[in-house]
Design a protein around this ligand. Sequence first.
Ligand code: NAI
Ligand code: MG
Length: 356
Amino acid sequence: MPGPRNYKIAVIAGDGIGLEVVPQGIRVLDAAGKRFGFTFTWHNFDWSCETYRRTGRMMPADALDQLRAFDAIFLGAVGHPDVPDHISLWGLLIPIRRHFRQYVNLRPVRLLQGLDSPLKNVRPGQIDMVIVRENNEGEYSEIGGRLYEGTEEELAIQQTVFTRRGVDRILRYAFRLARTRKSHVTSATKSNGIIHTMPFWDERFHIIAQEFPDVRTDQYHIDILTAHFVRHPEWFDVVVGSNLFGDILSDLGPAVVGSIGIAPSANLNPEREFPSMFEPVHGSAPDIAGQGIANPIGQIWSGAMMLRHLGETEAADAVEHGIANVLANSKARTPDIGGKSTTADLGDAIAREVAG
Ligand code: NAI
Ligand code: MG
């Protein structure tokens, strides 16, 4: 008989509301473990902008070695108004995503009952899509530089990197995912304006699509695609995009279903050579940090994605149902979704649903 299942999770709560929503995520996941027969060992790392101000680094030099042995990473958000955003991003999030080959950034968008979409005439269930963002290369590359700084001739160059390996693997991931859903993949492109990398992306999309003849495909330039997200969000199932386009679409998606505070994400290393990382889409929200009113659902839903990745499917379903039931039936709502509850009240309501 194998022993009871135990998962070792690295927790990086980070800054601002990260520190407020992560404990609610942990509380709900512990409740799910109790119900479905497994446990977590949570290991807290205090890596953050606060650590940066104290030590000059967002995380220690051997941070990646420290993280490697964990089953997964559960992250809140990093970022502080006193620390430039490129330091918090390139000092922590991007090294983890890249070194651990978390090349899939998965961001589900679902209009749940009880959420107030800013769009007219959309009903719960009508919007249900997943954005698959390439997470390791593309427009977010370190290659480039500046010349003649501070002079009239000043210039900046930023290289975009699309490799066949990198493009093919994200496209294949999107097609495989579509087969578990409505078998429809939309590609975000801009091959009219960006004439080297984007036609290459389109070419690989058509080639990989031939491996999945049962999956319906379409593609749109990113500019009109953002308009379709607002006018026809029900058209989409799986939407695949480069690092930049995926980033933009995955803030727009949650905005059309109500609040960025409910949007979850997973940074996946599908081969499982390294831990994957689960975090809400939102940032550290300095404008509301410290008030105890942040919506914890993005963090909790990210926890459900972590459960699914760990193979705890029933528990993942229970957490998603818990979120949906509380949104549909409970008065526990934070201000961003039209209520007066605190972060802890909403976390507590979901934890009680999950406990069964
Ligand atoms: P943000 O997502 O932190 O906030 C945008 C707006 O949404 C704010 O008005 C905020 O109050 C609201 N909001 C966000 N999450 C919420 C929640 N759970 N409940 C209720 N309202 C919520 O994005 P912003 O303001 O652009 O960035 C703030 C900081 O966070 C910056 O330093 C940025 O670099 C960092 N950031 C970090 C991310 C990460 O750690 N993955 C992602 C995005 C931003
Ligand atoms: Mg973003």
